[in-house]
Design a protein around this ligand. Sequence first.
Ligand SMILES: Cc1cc2nc3c(=O)[nH]c(=O)nc-3n(C[C@H](O)[C@H](O)[C@H](O)COP(=O)(O)O)c2cc1C
Length: 199
Amino acid sequence: MNKIVIGITGATGTTIGLRVIEVLRDLGVETHVVVSRWGMQTLSQETGRSLDYIRSLSSVLYPPGDMGAAISSGSFGVDSMIIAPCSMRSTAAIALGLGDNLIHRAADVMLKERKKIVIIPRETPLSEVHLKHMLSLSRMGAVIMPPNPAYYSHPSTLKDVVDQFVARILDQVGIEAPFANRWKGMKSSAQNVISIDSD
Ligand SMILES: Cc1cc2nc3c(=O)[nH]c(=O)nc-3n(C[C@H](O)[C@H](O)[C@H](O)COP(=O)(O)O)c2cc1C
């Protein structure tokens, strides 16, 4: 059975992390959740949801300062970790191995254990320091997935955008979202505009 750590930090897009937890709860996946202080402030601002709501969805909810938590050790044995969204502060802290809160420490554990870690970094535009940290995490084996919409799927609501992206995140940890909408090739009308002479 899958055992997944989910971190929510203080960047916009907390609705993505929240939706990941909701979907995993519906699928009966064991979730170990940590929300940073600014993650909670942002989540409350963006979704109106409380920490109690997150607790009700999670198998275990840890305070971000609980460095003695099970997920702080590689011996606990989780399968994967998702950080959605991941602020530039947390991206930097993880890239530098600071491990000074439970999200950063749990991420450090995933990197040292060579386990799957999916990071949803959110900032725009990106500075050289942001890009450097993302490159260094990618080189360490982390999957870096900025929360970019797939415009070709013609989303009409924000929920469509979030669900499409959440399905792609769950693909990364080997879980099929029930609403996953997959590319099935160009529509015939779009194919008609491509010249048969083009490459
Ligand atoms: C409403 C709001 C939105 C924010 N959005 C972002 C963002 O998109 N990206 C980012 O890197 N920081 C953002 N921040 C700043 C972070 O919350 C701040 O750097 C914080 O220290 C991150 O700490 P954490 O990574 O422990 O959650 C935002 C802050 C607030 C209050």
